[in-house]
Design a protein around this ligand. Structure first.
Ligand code: ASP
Length: 328
């Protein structure tokens, strides 16, 4: 019988402090432990409705600096807690900068049998814990309300009263507290006065994208996949530089190219990408546009030379990395 809700701390602005309570930008992220953050959540007891809040610090980091090994640690703790019968779900407190990446990574890697009946809800803040008007405590309360919904499943992000699926969420603003958007799909639902109002069904849980036991994911150097952008004046120089062996870096395995418009690529850059592909590097094309995905084959790619993914660039990078890791 589920009776606990687990809060896993990863750091971020939500756990940040500034020297002045009026300063919402000049702070240091990842200073306050998740247990102390929980103590600052207003009305937590009533949101928890008899469930016990259990907390664990997994990392204490500014999420812009996260490494793949931090994701592996997070995945391990999320999977561990979800597998416990007494746990109803997991809330992860996380920095906003790479929140959508962590959410997408977990949605691909947490075993589907664990996610089908229990949710993982990531939450965050745009203002530090020391702010006169912090947004973190309210977001944590909302995340708990979502995680304790009976039918909730899959991986979601809760911020500023909106519930986003891991598949669609992206950070769209560097400052305002409502910093996330689900693009054309829209949010899964809303949290109003602690109550969840669903607009769509809970996110679909599909089978994991990758083989977690693969040696490639157990090692510290995951398959190296770089993310590049095409733009006016682009050349092949960056691609060719990546192809040169570098003793300090793992060998390049893939490139995700965020192309202009419908995934089009500057012809100079495209020539270099074709060279990369001929050398065995996987090249995946996405659109750099904020909304939509690459439709059909683009004018510079009539032969379907590069695969395209219906994902944002940062998520396509994770998908390609996991796919390569699973095959290794
Ligand atoms: N740099 C911070 C982080 O991602 C930003 C935030 O949390 O809002 O950890």
């Amino acid at each position: 019988m589920a009776e606990k809700l687990v809060f896993l701390g990863m750091g971020g602005t939500l756990a940040g402090t500034a020297t002045s309570a009026g300063d919402n930008v000049g702070y240091t992220a990842a200073q306050v432990g998740v247990q102390d953050l929980l103590a600052s959540v207003p009305g937590l007891k009533s949101v928890m409705g008899g469930f016990e809040a259990v907390s664990e610090q997994v990392c204490q980091i500014d999420s812009k600096d996260l490494a793949h090994t931090d994701w592996r640690a997070l995945l391990g703790r999320v999977s561990h807690h979800l597998a416990r019968p007494e746990v109803a779900g997991v809330v992860v407190t996380h920095g906003t900068d790479t929140l959508e990446e962590a959410a997408y990574f977990l949605s691909c890697t947490v075993p589907a049998e664990l996610l089908r009946h229990k949710p993982v809800v990531l939450t965050c803040a745009m203002r530090p814990a020391s702010s006169l008007t912090p947004d973190g405590p309210g977001n944590m309360a909302d995340a708990a309300a979502v995680a304790l919904c009976r039918q909730a499943r899959g991986v979601m992000v809760v911020c500023a009263g909106k519930i986003h699926s891991a598949a669609h969420v992206q950070k769209v603003h560097p400052y305002r507290t409502d910093a996330f958007d689900s693009g054309e799909a829209g949010p899964v639902g809303l949290v109003e006065e602690g109550r969840v109002r669903l607009l769509w069904d809970w996110p679909e849980v599909t089978n994991s994208l990758c083989n977690l036991d693969s040696a490639a994911l157990q090692s510290d150097a995951w398959p190296r996949v770089e993310l590049l952008l095409s733009h006016a004046g682009a050349t092949g120089a960056v691609v060719r530089a990546l192809l040169k062996p570098d003793s300090n870096e793992a060998p390049l395995r893939g490139i995700v190219l965020a192309g202009t418009g419908n995934g089009t690529i500057h012809k100079s850059m495209e020539a270099a990408l074709l060279e990369a592909q001929a050398q065995g590097i996987r090249v995946v094309r996405v659109s750099r546009c904020a909304y939509g995905t690459v439709v059909g084959s683009s004018p510079t790619d009539r032969s379907g030379t590069f695969a395209s993914a219906g994902l944002s660039g940062v998520k396509a990078r994770i998908a390609l990395m996991l796919e390569i890791a699973s095959q290794t």
